[in-house]
Design a protein around this ligand. Structure first.
Ligand code: SF4
Length: 252
């Protein structure tokens, strides 16, 4: 249950650059109707029954596999692999497209200015990096061209995706938030043709191996840094995700 008071949330929203307060209910009311079958109370298959010891061992094996991966050519130019960070029993899973320059230096997703913005987005949801939230990317190694960050290709995303699928199976989050179109389309297993705005304002479904997890799509923090006017829309998306999760929790 979300316990953040309005004054504190307002302070975090101000940090995000959103100066017009919009109550969560009001924001949620601005979104389109959730498609049938994808309501906020849509059930999620229970987490696989696995002892904590087995799960820890599986995580260790998976991280070892990721850290030694040479499956695609991004391995040749990476500095550090960025598997993900956070609470492995989290309800919330945030997924971006891939590490950039600073992430590649530090081995952690979403550092630097986009990381600060994401942390503020998390705080507005009463979440702190590492507690009840896990943050990962579609690809684990930096994609770059002429020294500059670039979007990972669909092929690179497809090669790396099995790692994320294993992470999702282990975490079994109650809600996934896709940050940007690359992440959204990879999770929906569709081409990158649709615009991000056409994918927002609805609760999608991420399906994998019998698991059905609500998926909300919003802007990537890097985009929001370049386009601050999108922050209010991102807040609407976060409200939709929060209400979806609360609907699941209230139904249980
Ligand atoms: S991007 Fe993914 S598949 Fe490619 S080398 Fe890195 S970990 Fe392996």
């Amino acid at each position: 249950m979300n316990t953040l008071d309005d004054a504190t949330r307002l302070a975090y929203l101000k940090e995000m650059g959103i100066t017009v307060w919009q109550s969560r209910t009001a924001a949620a009311n601005t979104v389109d109707t959730v498609p049938a079958g994808n309501t906020s109370t849509s059930p999620m298959t229970p987490k696989a029954v696995e002892s904590q010891g087995d799960k820890k061992q599986t995580w260790i094996q998976l991280l070892d596999e990721i850290m030694h991966c040479q499956k695609c050519h991004l391995a040749k130019t990476r500095n550090k692999i960025v598997p993900g960070v956070g609470d492995t029993n989290a309800d919330w899973l945030f997924i971006g497209e891939g590490p950039g320059f600073y992430e590649d230096q530090q081995g952690e997703p979403f550092v630097g200015k986009s990381g600060q913005l994401l942390d503020n987005m998390l705080l507005s949801l009463d979440l702190v990096r590492g507690r009840n939230v896990y943050i990962a990317n579609i690809v684990k190694c930096r994609a770059s061209e002429a020294g500059k960050d670039r979007q990972p290709t669909e092929e690179e995303s497809a090669i790396c995706m099995p790692f994320l699928e294993k992470q999702i199976a282990l975490i079994a989050p109650k809600i996934i938030v896709a940050l940007g179109k690359t992440a959204a389309c990879a999770l929906l297993r569709i081409s990158r043709e649709p615009s991000l705005s056409s994918l927002r304002k609805k609760v999608h479904t991420y399906e994998q191996g019998g698991m059905t997890i609500p998926l909300v799509i919003t802007y990537h923090p890097s985009y929001l840094l370049r386009t601050p006017q999108g922050k209010a829309q991102a807040w609407e998306d976060l409200c939709l995700a929060m209400d979806t999760l609360e609907g699941i929790q209230n139904a249980n």
